[in-house]
Structure formats: structure tokens, C-alpha cells
Design a protein around this ligand. Sequence first.
Ligand SMILES: C[S@@+](CC[C@H](N)C(=O)[O-])C[C@H]1O[C@@H](n2cnc3c(N)ncnc32)[C@H](O)[C@@H]1O
Length: 274
Amino acid sequence: MVHLVHKAHKIDAAMGTIPVDPLWWQTLFDEVYLITDARSVCNEELTRREVDFLVAYMRIGKSDSILDLCGGHGRHSLELARRGYNSTTVLDYSGVLVQLGKAKAAAQRLPVSFVQGDARSAGLAAERFDFVLVMANSFGYFQDDHDNLQILREAHRLCRPEGRLLLDLLDPGYVVEQFKPFSVHRATEDITVHRKRELTDNLIRVRETVVSRKEGRIRDSVYCERLFKKDELMSLLRQAGFDQVGFKSDFSSHIQPGDYGFMTRRLIVTAVRR
Ligand SMILES: C[S@@+](CC[C@H](N)C(=O)[O-])C[C@H]1O[C@@H](n2cnc3c(N)ncnc32)[C@H](O)[C@@H]1O
């Protein structure tokens, strides 16, 4: 087990009482995340259901080129490749997840390309993809919308003309309705995840403490996610060069009722590159 205790180093009292390091997303997504979020991101049946939805909802063809932006260890792309979609690329910042995805693709002989990089400036050729997919609450990590917009601008640059973007986001209505200031989740026999949450106007902050029975506290970190109203998303997408923006509320890929944190109910947003 890797021992990681992240120290938040920027406190902005005016923005809430839980201090958030603006670069939290650069360190959170590692081996510990694969345990704390396993119910959602290491559940193959759930990933298959999400891919069923993606393929049908976006009408993705087998020869279409797909970018799985902020794609983590590539669970959607690996499943797409298993189904014969043979032009998928995963881009993610996390070296741990990119290496894991690469190893899985090699072991299963699946044609998925993995690239480590920042979604604000991916370093990939322009107009290369028919679809850009941003799955599982991977957008809205920046408190400054200038950076969130930069991801959309980059998605626009990477899409072919008439290419389509899908964002799978936190559903702000659900977050507010179901808000729980504290939760405890037993991730494994050994590991328990404690979450303390704070909701301000358009941001949710979470302090996550991960405790191992055997090893004690193995993580203490803080992350945040931006809650977008539909008109804010519309405006950001238009500024980035997309139109035909569509929304689908109440998206859930979990079959068993339960509290899966931010992944319980989501907002699907689609747009077409101008
Ligand atoms: C909640 S995970 C979801 C991963 C994947 N989409 C899935 O469904 O399993 C969010 C992912 O976004 C990635 N990420 C966050 N900000 C990023 C950025 N600026 N550039 C590239 N990847 C980023 C993280 O490294 C992490 O793997």
C-alpha cells in the first residue's frame, strides 16, 4: 500500500472552511483512488452499462475515432475496443492510471492508445476525433472557469468539424438535494473512507480521509468540484465553439439503489463542434 498524506497548501477562507489545493487533481488519482472509488471505476458490469449508453446515445460507429478525455485507466475505451471500436485514445494526467491502462490493453491485446497529459493542452493533432467523451465527473475540477473553459476549447480543437462532445457531470440538483455533510464508506475489509463535505454557491469541497485497519491513516486529502447550472454550461460550450447543446438529467448507471457519492446521479451534456 502506498502511503500518501496530501497537505493542502492554499487556504482561501473567503471560499469556505475546507482548504483546497488548486492542484489536488494532480495527485489524487492513484492506487488509493482505485480502492476508494472502486464501486464506480473498477466495476466492469457498470462500465459495460455506461458503454451501452454511450454507443446508443451518441450513435458511435465502429470506425469512428474516439477520445476518452480524462479517461483514467481507460475502462470505457478498453470496453469499446473489446466491442470492435478500434480507434480509441485515452488521455489522462495520472501516470499511475495511464500505466495501468496501458498494461491492461497490452495484456488483453486491445488496440487502445494511452497518452499522459493535461486536458487543457493535450499535445495531440487538431481535428482528429469524431467523438470526445469526458466520463464520470472528470470536468469542473478548477475553481477558475478560465481553466474549465480551456478544457472545452481543447476538446473543440481536437474534434473534427461536426464532431461531438459528451460531458458526464455532477447533477447539481442531486448534489444539493442529497447533500450529506459526512459519510463513511467501507471500501474493503481493511479500508474505510471518511468524507466531510461542504457546499457553497457553486462548489462542493470534500475532505477525504482514508483509514486502513492495519496501517492507520493512509490518506488525508481535499478535493473540489464545480457545480454548473445549465446556462453556465451552455455559455462555456458556446465560448469554446460548440453548439446544439443538449442535456439529459437523471443519468445513473448503478442498478442497486445506494449512495455512490457524486456518481449516484449525473447530468449528461452533449454538444456539436461548429
Ligand atoms: C473521476 S476520474 C474518472 C476517470 C475516467 N473517466 C473513468 O470514468 O474511469 C477523473 C480523471 O480525470 C483526470 N484528470 C483530471 N484533471 C485532468 C486534466 N487537467 N488533464 C488530464 N486528466 C485530468 C484524473 O487524472 C482522473 O483520472
